[in-house]
Write a protein that binds this ligand. Sequence first.
Ligand code: ADP
Ligand code: MG
Length: 292
Amino acid sequence: MSATAARVLLATCAEVPDGDDDEQAAIDALRADGIDAQPSVWDDPDVDWAATDLVVVRSTWDYTLRREEFLDWARSVPRLANPAAVLAWNTDKTYLRQLADAGLPVVPTSWFQPGDEVDDLAPDVVVKPTISAGAKDTRRHRAGSSARAHAEQLLNAGRAVMVQPYIDAVDTVGETGLVWLGDRFSHAFRKGALLAAGADATADLYALEEIGAREPSRAEMATGERVLDALAELAPAGRADLLYARVDLVPDPSGVPVLLELELTEPSLWFAADPSAVARWVAAVKGWLARS
Ligand SMILES: Nc1ncnc2c1ncn2[C@@H]1O[C@H](COP(=O)(O)OP(=O)(O)O)[C@@H](O)[C@H]1O
Ligand SMILES: [Mg+2]
């Protein structure tokens, strides 16, 4: 590697210090293009985050119970993608409420703060903390009583909670993930259902996901574009300031795509779902390096 090679760190967590398969593909492709790319653990005190041309947040999935520490770290990194202000906005799923209030199609959601009373919840709902990743502490409940008990347990632990109807089409059609790299749409993938009714939340860092290729529909693409366009008004940065974005959609009961999650923090990008995607990743990183 020449002395002038750009140095890029991909931030991961201690549980997966080399990143996952996705990150390995991302690192290999950058290295093949002459970029000095390395995985680094975000809370490792020995890493010099300033001595890099770019730090890319990738598999930092262990921040959910210490989000402030994670955001302090993000603010301390001079050249970070996505930017720290975007991470602060995106690591709490209450951003979905802002998007819904702005008229975007979002899975219907009830919101609870610690101290709120939880009345009886409907049967067949999903209960999750608003600060969550990898389906951790997220469960589907057939009975309203167990949903309420789960919500109260999270609220008593000081965590804000969101409750959604279980979207049945997740079991058949699946979730559609739309990935933008730089300012360009890159590829889509299908994700199978993760929440078996009544099952415990995953005890691991993240729930295992079943991924396949997907040709997005026109309606899905249009919704994804609308969500990203809305960021200019609602988020601390517009879509042109993002290195990566993932829009996760599910069909509502009438088949209309609605937003389940907008991942601007640490989305798996599922390069394996489209063999040409990794080249667009390298181009996006090089574009970012050229402008900063
Ligand atoms: N309302 C819902 N209906 C059906 N499945 C859901 C619902 N909410 C979450 N899930 C399932 O749980 C997974 C994780 O939830 P998600 O909202 O994407 O949060 P995160 O990926 O940050 O943990 C989803 O990929 C999906 O399989
Ligand atoms: Mg998700």
